[in-house]
Design a binder for this molecule. Sequence first.
Ligand code: SF4
Ligand code: SF4
Length: 52
Amino acid sequence: MKITEECMTCGTCVESCLVGAIVESGEIYVISEDCTDCRVCVDTCPVDAIVD
Ligand code: SF4
Ligand code: SF4
């Protein structure tokens, strides 16, 4: 999974990830290699910025 440039850094998705794979990196959010591709976070993003 990855976060696209559509991300407006609202932080909503961070709490949804059960394995803590969404982390801040400077002024953007990224998905780390801890991601299990469960897709739980996808529907939490108001701008559909989380994609396969
Ligand atoms: S797909 Fe699942 S494991 Fe990966 S970042 Fe989203 S919620 Fe976390
Ligand atoms: S919910 Fe979407 S817009 Fe908000 S930080 Fe996560 S990826 Fe970015």
